[in-house]
Ligand binder design. Sequence first.
Ligand SMILES: NC(=O)c1ccc[n+]([C@@H]2O[C@H](COP(=O)([O-])OP(=O)(O)OC[C@H]3O[C@@H](n4cnc5c(N)ncnc54)[C@H](O)[C@@H]3O)[C@@H](O)[C@H]2O)c1
Length: 274
Amino acid sequence: MNYIDNLFNLSGKVAVITGGGGVLAATIGKGLANAGMKIVFLDINEEAAINAATLINSEGGEAIGLKTNVLEMDALEKTKKLVLEKYSTVDLLLNAAGGNMPGATISPESTIFDLKIDDLDKVTDLNFKGTVLPSMVFGKVMADKMSGNIINISSMAAFQSITRVIGYSAAKAAVSNLTMWMAMELGMKYEGKIRVNALAPGFFIGNQNRALLLNEDGTYTERGQKVINNTPMGRFGEADELVGAVLYLASDAATFVTGVVLPIDGGFSTFSGV
Ligand SMILES: NC(=O)c1ccc[n+]([C@@H]2O[C@H](COP(=O)([O-])OP(=O)(O)OC[C@H]3O[C@@H](n4cnc5c(N)ncnc54)[C@H](O)[C@@H]3O)[C@@H](O)[C@H]2O)c1
């Protein structure tokens, strides 16, 4: 194997992907499987996790899908046991379970004073605690063997304020902060052998935001058009445009990279809008 192939080689390594049945996670998993990784998709939606795995297996890769709620420590521990029985180790944890919830947003007709605190709790739990808990469970496997990688998913909503999305934005800002904190903690206590980074995707069409950004005929909604106007590349992202960044961060090409929150956003985060 030549030097560059070796640098990016992930063949035979084991990736656990939470929220694995989702649009972005399933696509990233497919990319990692193409790189020879064994993929474990975890999702509260068992069917979605299994479907993501089945697709990979049908194309000659290796994957399994397991029902797991990232907010339940017992469920995560049980899943860890299954993963270790099947694959013996975990090399990469991709924390992709997350998303927004209607009650934790402020519509144009309402104000911050209408915020539903129960929904705020739910959205911060899913995005923040739902990243912390799997990191504790699967990060411990990495700590025990002194090697591994964690990649979280933050968002543009963590960089600057975006109308409506109060709870999600705060939770993703917490994920960005957690990424830096965990990078420090695991870097210092495990001889720099465990790295923690995050992706900050811009706007990708997913199940949660499709109706917000696109009309039924495929044209942009008013909000979708605003996003495009603020994206120098003038388009939404495609899920497979996240694969390369994960390959890089998970591989030996990035052995001195930790605590980074990497925007993949067509320039959205750099643009003043003027
Ligand atoms: N789509 C975008 O534009 C975008 C932008 C920035 C960040 N993100 C983030 O990327 C990640 C994936 O987003 P997506 O658009 O693919 O979303 P998605 O809704 O397609 O996928 C999320 C998955 O998480 C699963 N999930 C929800 N609660 C769970 C729980 N408690 N335990 C386990 N699984 C659970 C869902 O069943 C779903 O399959 C999320 O963290 C999201 O916030 C998305």
